[in-house]
Write a protein that binds this ligand. Structure first.
Ligand SMILES: Cc1cc2nc3c(=O)[nH]c(=O)nc-3n(C[C@H](O)[C@H](O)[C@H](O)COP(=O)(O)O)c2cc1C
Length: 190
């Protein structure tokens, strides 16, 4: 896939073929792509947890907030939940924050997932209790959970006008529509 196509195809997905497992090897390959990402001062303070175990998946799922713009939708139903997770952690011994690093690294993971026929969802809405649940050391802070699986929903990019709503929506056929601002609306003429 050409880079432009890969970027366009790398959309947030929230419904998966839960029964289609993702191997630890694949998760490690995706983390390896994150490892190669740019890093402020090259500190590389991000660490990762790779999880594909049914019991652990269930435990993680209960701590996640899904699709804030769809309050009537409680998140993916049993059978459509993620098959695996990559949890992005900040090693606070190495840096105090890593917001930019996290964006780059997580996008590398999602691009790599798309290239492998997978899809994912970055989830920042994570209950603080997950830290304890995962038995993490104090210096490791959960920044983001990336849910992964074989996609079960279609995602369409829609054009958002300058004043239009940027909230995504579902249609009854379970297609997810995600508005993006127009190029002309985001380039400021100097
Ligand atoms: C930093 C970040 C945090 C996000 N957190 C959540 C979240 O907690 N729950 C969720 O369902 N989606 C979350 N998303 C997914 C966004 O809703 C999604 O990226 C947005 O709707 C645009 O869709 P797209 O990724 O297909 O372009 C997050 C995305 C980013 C970049």
């Amino acid at each position: 896939m050409k880079i432009e196509q890969l970027i366009r195809a790398t959309r947030t997905c929230r419904r998966f073929h839960q029964e289609q497992a993702i191997s630890k090897e694949t998760l490690c390959q995706l983390i390896d792509l994150a490892r190669l990402a740019g890093s402020a001062k090259n500190l590389q303070p991000l660490k990762y947890l790779a999880i594909n175990d049914t019991k652990k998946n269930e435990a993680i799922f209960s701590h996640l907030g899904w699709a804030g713009y769809l309050p009537e939708w409680p998140g993916p139903a049993e059978g459509e939940r993620p098959a695996a997770y990559i949890i992005c952690l900040l090693d606070s011994r190495l840096a105090a924050e890593a917001a930019c690093d996290l964006g780059i690294a997580s996008q590398n993971i999602l691009l790599g997932a798309t290239a492998r026929g997978l899809a994912g969802c970055r989830i920042a809405s994570v209950a603080p209790k997950l830290h304890h649940q995962l038995n993490l050391a104090d210096h490791l802070k959960i920044l983001l959970v990336i849910a992964l699986g074989v996609p079960k929903e279609k995602v369409c990019i829609e054009e958002a006008g300058p004043d239009s709503d940027i909230r995504y929506w579902h249609t009854p056929n379970h297609t997810h529509h995600v508005p993006k601002r127009r190029l002309a609306d985001i380039i400021i003429e100097g």
